[in-house]
Every structure is written in structure tokens, then in C-alpha cells.
Design a protein around this ligand. Structure first.
Ligand SMILES: [Zn+2]
Length: 91
């Protein structure tokens, strides 16, 4: 059975890997398809570089989580202008 994805708006392949996202894990797997999660994984690297996120800090992990929710349309708004400016889709 596919997952009705809130990011791409399509019925997509479900995520089967463990994401280590704690309590967000179930929500992500219920609402996001595998392809869109892969896209986020690429984006996450950019977020970490762009904002010079220190994942050893709570605030850094929070920022990444916020950007993830915004990217995946999980219902939290975040300022992604800086990223969209620099985002180049894979060729
Ligand atoms: Zn999707």
C-alpha cells in the first residue's frame, strides 16, 4: 500500500527505513513518500551547511527539525527563503 504524500501530493512508495526521528517517525512515515524523504536528505545537508548548524546542540537539532517540517509540508512554517535562493535541483 502506498502513502498519500503531503509533499508531492501523490500516492507514493512508503518509507521502510528507520529514520531515527523519535516521535516524528510515525507522522513522517504516514505522510511522506520515500522519494520526498530522499529529497529532504539532500536538503538536510544544505540546511546544515547554510545555517552552520551544530547538531551537538539542541538549538541546532531544532532548526533542522523546523526546516524539515517546512520542506515536507508537515504543518510548520519556517523561513526557507535563504535556502530557496540557493537551491539548485539536481540535474
Ligand atoms: Zn512525495
Amino acid at each position: 500500500m502506498g502513502v498519500s504524500c503531503v509533499k508531492c501530493g501523490k500516492e507514493g512508495e512508503p518509507i521502510t527505513d528507520t529514520l531515527f526521528m523519535g516521535k516524528l517517525e510515525a507522522e513522517i512515515k504516514a505522510k511522506v513518500c520515500k522519494g520526498c524523504w530522499k529529497q529532504w536528505e539532500g536538503m538536510r545537508v544544505m540546511v546544515i551547511n547554510e545555517y552552520q548548524v551544530n547538531l551537538g546542540e539542541e538549538s541546532g537539532r531544532d532548526l533542522v527539525k523546523k526546516q524539515m517540517k517546512a520542506f515536507l509540508n508537515l504543518g510548520e512554517a519556517a523561513d526557507t527563503a535563504k535556502l530557496q535562493e540557493n537551491y539548485k535541483p539536481p540535474q
